[in-house]
Write a protein that binds this ligand. Sequence first.
Ligand code: PRP
Ligand code: URA
Length: 213
Amino acid sequence: MPAVKQTPLTVPSHTLLAHKLAALRDKTTPAATFRRLLAEIGAILTVEATAELEATHQTVETPLMPMSHKVLAQPEPCLVPVLRAGLGLLEGARWILPEAPVGHVGLFRDERTLSPQEYVVRLPPDLAERGAILLDPMLATGGSAVAAVDRLKQAGAKRIIFVCVVAAPEGAQKLAAAHPDVPCFAASLDERLNEHGYILPGLGDAGDRCFGT
Ligand code: PRP
Ligand code: URA
């Protein structure tokens, strides 16, 4: 599938992904539909983000004959949503990686400074062996993404992929500068941030829209 690749940011070119994102952005979309769309987008982005996972071959016996088949070389990577809004992506990511352990990183942005404040971290013990996919719909200033990756690396993760829905250029650059080894997949690279640190055109406050707060 052709993609706009601006290492380490990849924006998959996928009509269905764009279609669902249009509905997600729409300010009249109700919370229940917003959550469903976020889950579906989470599934599509997880497929895209895992395309290059290490593979090996194993023998499979079909009803007719044995064959050598491409399979995952490692167990499924851990899924780590950034609370709260990352939970919306998690549902769809788990459709694709049903055996992945799930960790949680809870961060909220200080409204005045926009710096991330950590309130919970619970991570699976085998991050180092499995690697991790971080899930957060919004990459705005990039402060939360950098802090979340820092946390996973402190816990031993070496292979980390960041999945978001909407990225601002400022956040994508900050994440790439701080963690150039972390590939980032986004459904859209938007125009810019406003003076309150919200992404334009964006989709508003993802956590509030997801949970009706
Ligand atoms: C949102 C979003 C990211 C963060 C992005 O979370 O889900 O975690 O903001 O902003 P940044 O790139 O400038 O750090 P928020 O802090 O609003 O918390 P919530 O998910 O609980 O609503
Ligand atoms: N967090 C959000 O939920 N939306 C933005 O536009 C920026 C940060």
